[in-house]
Write a protein that binds this ligand. Structure first.
Ligand code: AMP
Length: 221
């Protein structure tokens, strides 16, 4: 199975991808995590990426496509893409690179803009294990410390209010058109992301089991 999780920053793509990839055995490929790793390692890719990330802008397509296709070529199992594609050009490059086994489904997690701003500007992340928290809706038991591993919590430099607004503007201009792109050939499935993490996971899993039974049916025919 080859899946895409589509949605605005703060829609819960990362959280859902992490839960689902473990439960259904897919590799989780998150473009933002790959860029953040390159930034922390101080590589050339990281230096280029940082200059765009800090401004809330997209890293150029050429650089991003190359990084993701390389990562995909390293794995020999199904995968779930989180944060990629983010432009029509990236989606076309992905379709072109996977002719034998294209993307099966793009799952769009929809959340209102007001809720996205609330979630992103209150988000805190553990420096050690990346567990996510929210200052109001899901605070840690001890302020500033991760419940899971005791690591220090921090605010991503691109989660400040000004950068959040810019990221959302970029999302609506460049990424939202992908909803139509995947709708056109019936690969889009939408879930309401404004509910609990568990409810959203349950919806996605039920969508995927539908997809699996359609596939088995086609094979049997
Ligand atoms: P994320 O963690 O997915 O919110 O990504 C953080 C930042 O990484 C984004 O704001 C972009 O600057 C960059 N980035 C991640 N994925 C992509 C992509 N597919 N295309 C371009 N830039 C990306």
């Amino acid at each position: 199975m080859r899946l895409i999780l589509l949605g605005a920053p703060g829609s819960g793509k990362g959280t859902q991808a992490e839960r689902l990839s473990q439960s259904i055995g897919l590799a989780h490929i998150a473009s933002g995590d790959l860029f953040r790793k390159a930034v922390s390692e101080g590589t050339e890719l990281g230096k280029v990426a940082k200059s765009y990330m800090d401004k809330g802008l997209l890293v150029p397509d050429e650089v991003t496509i190359k990084m993701i296709l390389k990562r995909i070529s390293e794995i020999d199992q199904g995968f779930m893409l989180d944060g990629f594609p983010r432009t029509i050009e990236q989606a076309q490059a992905l379709d072109k690179a996977l002719p034998g086994h294209p993307i099966d489904k793009a799952i769009y997690i929809s959340v209102s803009e007001e809720e996205l701003v609330r979630r992103l500007s209150g988000r805190r992340i553990c420096r050690e294990c990346q567990a996510p928290y929210h200052v109001v809706s899901s605070p840690p038991k001890t302020p500033g410390k991760c419940d899971v591993c005791g690591g220090e919590l921090y605010q991503r430099s691109d989660d400040t209010e000004e950068t959040v607004r810019k990221r959302l503007e970029v999302y609506f201009a460049q990424t939202a058109p992908l909803i139509e792109y995947y709708k056109r050939d019936a690969r889009l499935a939408e879930v309401d992301g404004q509910r609990s993490i568990e409810e959203v996971s349950r919806d996605i899993l039920s969508l995927l089991s539908q997809k699996k039974s359609e596939y088995n049916h086609q094979v049997a025919e």
